[in-house]
Design a protein around this ligand. Structure first.
Ligand code: SAM
Length: 302
């Protein structure tokens, strides 16, 4: 039986993070996970990896395959897996620099580090992997709302967040994550790559970028390039291929019916599978008053 005990947490706040929803998702896990463990777990839209951490802590898989198209984020996981001690040192340095400043000084420091991070994003990565990972974590802990957003030139453009005492280096958590990542393969690349490795002893959880709830609410920029309806349809094909291979597949997305009751986009796209709706609370919304309860759609092939 799965218990609700948790120690490890995602090391980043990430838009669309599933931390709040896990207990609800757990009710719909395939029987093999509920009873014990599966051989391979796949998370092809890794982001902050909330479900991966949860399943790892509950010993639910033997090996994990994690895919993320954002190179800065994928690098962070790779550095935690291979070089966590040096990353912790780098983060401790950044934390000391930050806490020694006044608010104005902290703000200046933030923008300096943001420029340094963007200089990394502009050039093709061949070195500086640890510094790049430390800067991403630093910016995530000190920027507005812990958001990761890039502009059309691919530059990180989230402003300063004015936090008094953010924990920039959570050593215990990073060491724990380092340990569990030894069971994971981290791939910087497209979700479709998962088809190659998945088989009938696999559980795949798809958590793609949300289909915007309204034309004004479009949060699409985790990386350059939008995840539009064509991408959602490409994902549907991959879902079908995994189903044919015998994998257990779960997918989540925002329910378009939250704003438009007649929008049957996902109901039509996944009409061959089991669809349920669960209540969710959106975490990242610039307007605090609009962080209300909405529904999330889940699609299972089992
Ligand atoms: C909704 S977030 C995942 C959130 C995650 N479940 C969590 O708990 O934090 C979607 C992630 O998919 C990534 N992504 C977008 N397009 C992708 C693609 N084509 N292949 C792989 N990852 C992609 C984004 O960079 C983002 O990190």
């Amino acid at each position: 039986m799965l218990t609700s005990q948790r120690r490890l947490r995602p090391f980043l706040k990430w838009a669309g993070g599933k931390g709040q929803l896990i207990e609800k998702l757990a009710r719909y896990f395939p029987a093999c996970i509920k009873k014990g463990k599966i051989r391979k777990y796949f998370e092809p839209f890794l982001g902050g990896g909330a479900l991966f951490f949860w399943l790892a802590e509950h010993g639910c898989f033997e090996k994990a395959y994690l895919y993320e198209v954002n190179p800065a984020l994928a690098n962070c996981y790779q550095v935690i897996k291979k070089d966590v001690k040096r990353l912790i040192k780098e983060l401790e340095g950044l934390e000391q620099e930050y806490v020694s400043k006044s608010e104005a000084g902290g703000e200046k420091l933030f923008y300096e580090k943001r420029d340094e991070f963007n200089a990394f994003l502009r050039k093709k990565a061949s070195s500086g992997f640890i510094r790049r990972a430390a800067l991403l974590i630093f910016l995530n802990k000190t920027c507005f709302n812990g958001l990761y957003r890039v502009n059309s030139s691919g530059e990180f453009n989230v402003p300063f967040g004015r936090y008094k005492n953010p924990t920039i280096c959570n050593e215990v958590n990073l060491l724990g994550i380092h340990e569990i990542l030894q069971k994971a393969q981290i791939i910087c690349g497209d979700f479709a790559l998962c088809v190659k490795e998945a088989d009938d002893e696999s559980f795949v959880y798809f958590d793609p970028p949300y289909r915007p709830l309204s034309s004004t609410a479009s949060f699409t920029s985790y990386a350059k390039g939008a995840f539009d309806d064509r991408e959602q349809k490409r994902l549907r094909k991959i879902y079908g291929l995994l189903d044919k291979k015998g994998a257990s597949v779960m997918l989540s997305n925002s329910d378009p019916k939250n704003v438009c009751p007649d929008d049957n986009f996902f109901d039509d796209l996944y009409q061959d599978y089991r669809i349920v709706r669960v209540k969710a609370t959106r975490l990242i919304n610039c307007n605090a008053n609009r962080r209300g309860e909405i529904k999330e759609i889940l699609v299972m092939n089992y």
